[in-house]
Design a protein around this ligand. Structure first.
Ligand code: ADP
Length: 635
């Protein structure tokens, strides 16, 4: 018999299990029970349509057997079992493919509880065992096989004798050490309390032989003797089998919800919010939904699959029903249990199921109103939530041609020039200055960079609040919104930004007209990187800035051009070099235009470079820029 090697990731995981001083060792049992329960579900499902299965619904069960002398704990099920091939594939590799990505950032974040985060499944058996065997006979097969492993070196598979279909997992429990008490895994009370704690809702009975002491009735004349006891054994069902979502809310403690969530959805942190509802009427269903505190590690990758578990009368029929969640709420985890869905409905049929659509609609409303409640009553928690998932809501506004913008517009937050705290659009409007009819925003990589924009000072000085847009998606969703409460949005870097009075406007116009030829000369030497040069009043201390004409800002140009497939089709913002009309440089330029046109050209290039730098971009030609600066310095 050949010893096979574990796939490398599995081996790594196995090493971690064996050597872990892992604090949640107790989860091994719930993982094995959960596997057994899945296997029972599969065969139960089959038995609904196939009489040949020959097991009555009430006979599907999980049994736990403790043998203290042999130091073994067995988890036995009469579920679907595994073939030789399945034993090899399922137990030789990590099933949750991709979910255990060591290579990536998780290894760096040392304080992240990797094991808790992923729910390690079968391998967690090695946290308490020095050897694990799995005997299994698959439904429909007349052969059984024994999988066996003592750790990271590998595993073997050989034929074995097993009468009935199903699986027996045998854990050879480690010897206790000074630091670790493994004996408790062989203690019936301990095991039974673990089942209650983690697996109570499992809908198949989890049975165990329980031994208790019973006083032996004394014979006449024995009254003064020491009392005697004898062992009484009985088979007990350890779990209540009622799914948590079917219980009355008053019976459920917050930690019950939290434990259920963490175990079921592989999170190491309690959820931010729990939504538990029972709906009757057009659609009758229970929903148990969770808003996580942080995104799962793969949330912002294309591997992430949204969806809710779908049950029909307590039986799982689909693990990730995507149709139940809109994309912008894809972070929600949870389940729906409906009375009205047929058990063997297919994925394709589900998509057209009116009942399901109805459920999806009410679920969306529930999530929205929960978020609104959180925003209203628990601002801090909402802001934390928003840091984790806000970007998804903003995408929601932008996607589908803005179809959902009204649903989402009151759920989004931006930081702003007021105290740099988060503000909703509604709050912005409420504290707008009298006479202000525009919502101002600015884009940049960070708040600090936005504050350094030349235009920022002038807008702030006028008493207008500025929304700080630091995510790529931000300006796109703002543009999609178009307006809020009748107020238009404006980028402070837009050339239309006009904070002047009528008189000031007029004066500037005249000044620009008079300098037309000078601007033309300046533009010529800068080239077609810009569309025009002109004076502005919108700058306070800065000499220059770049603004954009038309719909596309510099930030949008950056984002759009960084998207794949845009290589030959670059978008270009139409830029204007604006010069502070009240800065000494304005006079200097005018003098140069009369006295030294060549030097004016160099100044124009330098000013353009400066404007790029101040705006948070790089100088297009650093060598030329620095040569020009040196030339001026040595003059
Ligand atoms: P997961 O349960 O998340 O898929 P595990 O490592 O716990 O990951 O299990 C791997 C696979 O092994 C399961 O998906 C299942 O196909 C199979 N398996 C584990 N235990 C059993 C069992 N008791 N009966 C049948 N199949 C099982």
């Amino acid at each position: 018999m050949r010893t096979k090697q574990f796939k490398s990731e599995s081996k790594k995981l196995m090493d971690m299990m064996i050597n872990s001083i892992y604090t949640h060792k107790e989860i091994f049992l719930r993982e094995l029970i959960s596997n057994a329960s899945d296997a029972l579900d599969k065969l139960y499902f089959k038995s609904l349509t196939d009489n040949a299965v020959g097991i009555a619904p009430e006979d599907f069960e999980i049994r736990l057997e403790i043998d203290k002398d042999a130091r073994t704990l067995k988890v036995i099920d009469n579920g679907c079992g595994m073939t030789e091939d399945e034993l090899d594939k399922n137990l030789g590799t990590i099933a949750k493919s991709g979910s255990f990505n060591f290579k990536q950032e998780n290894e760096k974040k040392e304080n992240v509880d990797i094991i808790g985060q992923f729910g390690v499944g079968f391998y967690s058996a090695f946290m308490v065992s020095d050897k694990v065997t799995v005997e299994s006979k698959a439904y429909g097969s007349d052969e059984a096989f024994l999988w066996s492993s003592s750790g990271a070196e590998g595993y073997t598979i050989e034929p074995c004798d097993k009468e009935t279909v199903g699986t027996v997992v045998t854990l050879h429990i480690k010897e206790s050490t000074d630091d670790e008490n493994y004996d408790e895994s062989l203690d019936q009370y301990r095991i039974s309390s673990l089942v209650k704690k983690y697996s109570d809702y499992i809908r198949h009975p989890i049975k165990m032989e329980f031994t208790t002491k019973e006083p032996v009735k004394k014979e006449d004349g024995d009254e003064n003797k020491e009392p005697e006891y004898r062992d009484v054994t009985e088979i007990r069902t350890l779990n209540s089998m009622i799914p948590i979502w079917k219980k009355a809310k008053s019976e459920i403690k917050p930690e019950d919800y939290n434990n259920f969530y963490k175990e079921k959805f592989y999170d190491y942190e309690d959820p931010a919010r729990v939504i538990h509802s029972k709906t009757e009427g057009q659609a009758t269903y229970s929903a148990l939904l969770f808003i996580p505190k942080h995104p799962p590690f793969d949330y912002y990758t294309k591997e992430y699959e949204k969806g809710l578990q779908l049950y029909s009368k307590g039986v799982l029929i689909m693990d990730k029903c995507a149709d139940l969640l809109p994309d912008y709420f894809s972070f929600v985890k949870g389940l729906v249990d409906s009375e009205d869905l047929s058990l063997n409905i297919s994925r394709e049929m589900l998509q057209h199921d009116g009942q399901l659509k109805l459920i999806a609609k009410t679920i969306e409303k529930k999530i929205k109103s929960e978020l609104e409640k959180m925003l209203k009553d628990e601002r801090e928690a909402y802001e934390e939530f928003f840091k984790a998932f806000g970007i998804q809501l903003k995408f929601g506004i932008y996607n589908d041609y803005g179809m959902h913008k009204d649903t989402l517009k009151d759920l989004i937050l931006f930081r702003s020039s007021n105290e740099k705290k988060y503000v909703t659009l509604k709050e912005y409007i409420e504290r707008m200055k009298e006479g202000q009819d525009t919502i101002y925003y600015a884009c940049g990589e960070t708040d600090d960079k936005i504050e350094m924009l030349p235009q920022t000072d002038a807008v702030k000085e006028k008493g207008f609040e500025i929304l700080y847009l630091t995510e790529n998606v931000d300006e796109f969703s703002i543009k999609m919104l178009g307006e809020y409460d009748g107020k238009k949005f404006m980028n402070i870097c837009d050339d239309n930004l006009n904070l002047d009075s009528e008189d000031e406007k007029k004066a500037l116009e005249e000044e620009n007209k008079a300098a037309e030829d000078m601007f033309k000369a300046m533009k010529e030497s800068i080239g077609d990187k810009i569309n025009a040069v002109r004076f502005t009043n919108k700058l306070k201390k800065h000499p220059v800035c770049l603004t954009s004409e038309g719909g596309i800002s510099l930030e949008m140009e950056k984002v759009l051009n960084s998207m794949p497939g845009t290589n030959d089709n670059k978008v270009k913002a139409q830029l204007v070099l604006e010069i502070n009309a009240n800065h000494p440089i304005a006079e200097k330029l005018k003098t140069l235009y009369n006295d030294d046109k060549e030097l004016l050209g160099k100044y124009a290039k330098l000013l353009y470079g400066e404007a790029c730098l101040i705006g948070g971009a790089s100088v297009p030609d650093p060598v030329e820029h620095s040569t020009l600066v040196c030339e001026l310095m040595t003059k």
